[in-house]
Design a protein. Structure first.
Length: 404
């Protein structure tokens, strides 16, 4: 991951009403250009002429700006960068690493990117206040909550559903140095326990407090009664978005602190190689073949996303590059860490593991984390030229032979 630009430094913006209107106009231009590019590629079918690439679309943008006063009044940098972002998204789609780019909807995907940032485009005014220069907007104030990366090459300005503006600076993140102790930790990710460590530590992603959950329920009932298109509905949706944003910020903060702590304490972090995108797919099926247990699967999907499985591993790979091992999750939760016997019946419940052969009892999540660690240690020993540790296998416990 080193050498890749990542938006790791996000700051809260405080634009004036006039600046907020100008930023919203930039978002509208970027969304309009992006959606036009999506529409062009949506009409392509196998056997037809290929859809226009970035160079052709850039020429079309120049022609569109000459004909449209609304586009011409906006920033050419913002609009052209939207085409570059779309071309990069399509490249990721064809490479198989990302999904196909989709439509951007007003109020949801609000944002634009600025590249070729100069050294003087970001400055600090006081201890907690700074400024960033935005094309055709001017200097916009931001909350200086931490140091801005020195090698800033670009930034992205976004507005969430709660109406908050943020700026994220793209820079090469500095990896956290390994402690050098040789310690290996296994991390088992779950729903009831977000992350269980092989050391026995249990970590849970934060959620809304009980009072906040009650308020969210009241707001959802209000939203169901509000008339579509009314001002009341807009206010209720904004209040819901603020609660959701508060919960999302807490989970992101938890993932940042947890990944930093693991990167500082352990030389190797072993996690299961989970296909999260496939795991959280809806099971509703089609009209001809409807799915089963759709509501239960939807609740499980929400639990998986709320536990920050993907964010935690992604930030670990950013902070500890080369020190994160992904282990095959096959049988990790059904294997006894003591005798290595595999049996589904040993998993008595979500939290209890009781081996049907040797009687070993432990927390199910911690037992799985130890199995993950065991596999990672075996890989490490084999890579260093030593004999690999034995993997899990079905076998009866052998009698211990005492010396005569």
């Amino acid at each position: 991951m080193v050498g890749r630009l990542i938006d790791v430094s996000r700051f809260r913006l405080s634009p004036s009403p006039a600046q907020e209107a100008a930023l919203a106009e930039h978002c509208g231009h970027a969304r309009f250009v992006w959606n036009l590019a999506v529409e062009q590629h949506a009409h392509w079918r196998p056997g037809l002429k290929s859809a226009p690439g970035y160079n052709a679309q850039s020429k079309q943008l120049t022609e569109a700006r000459a004909e449209s006063a609304w586009l011409r009044a906006g920033s050419h940098t913002v609009q052209q960068q939207a085409l570059r972002d779309f071309a990069q998204a399509m490249a990721g789609f064809f490479a198989g690493t990302h999904r196909r780019p989709t439509w951007r909807k007003r109020g949801r995907s609000e944002g634009f990117r600025i590249v070729a940032v100069k050294a003087g485009d970001v400055r600090r005014l006081s201890r907690n206040v700074g400024e960033v220069r935005v094309p055709k907007v001017g200097w916009v104030r931001l909350r200086w909550s931490r140091a801005v990366p020195d090698a800033v090459r670009s930034y992205r300005i976004t507005r969430d559903r709660a109406g908050r503006w943020h700026v994220a600076f793209a820079a090469i993140p500095e990896p956290i140095p390994a402690p050098g102790t040789g310690e290996v930790v296994g991390v088992d990710r779950g729903v009831a326990v977000s992350a269980a460590l092989s050391t026995g530590q249990m970590l849970n992603a934060p959620a809304l407090r009980d009072t906040e959950k009650a308020r969210l329920s009241r707001l959802l009932r209000k939203l169901a009664r509000a008339e579509r298109g009314s001002n009341r509905r807009v206010k209720v949706k904004t209040a819901i978005a603020r609660l959701k944003a508060r919960e999302r910020d807490r989970r992101k903060d938890w993932a940042e602190k947890t990944s930093t702590d693991l990167a500082r304490r352990f030389d190797v972090i072993a996690v299961e190689d989970l296909k999260i995108r496939d795991m959280v797919r809806s099971s509703k099926g089609t009209i001809e073949a409807p799915g089963k247990n759709v509501r239960q699967k939807a609740g499980l999907n929400r639990g998986i996303l709320a536990s920050c499985w993907g964010t935690l591993v992604q930030r670990l790979e950013h902070k500890a590059p080369g020190r994160v091992q992904k282990i095959d999750p096959h049988h990790t939760s059904q294997t006894c860490n003591a005798c290595k016997h595999i049996a589904r019946a040993s998993r008595e419940s979500q939290a209890v593991f009781l081996c049907v052969v040797c009687g070993h009892q432990a927390n199910a999540d911690v037992n799985a984390a130890k199995n993950i660690r065991h596999t990672a240690v075996g890989r490490t020993v084999a890579a260093r030229g030593g004999p690999p540790l034995g993997g899990p296998a079905n076998r009866e416990p052998q009698p211990v032979l005492l010396p005569a």
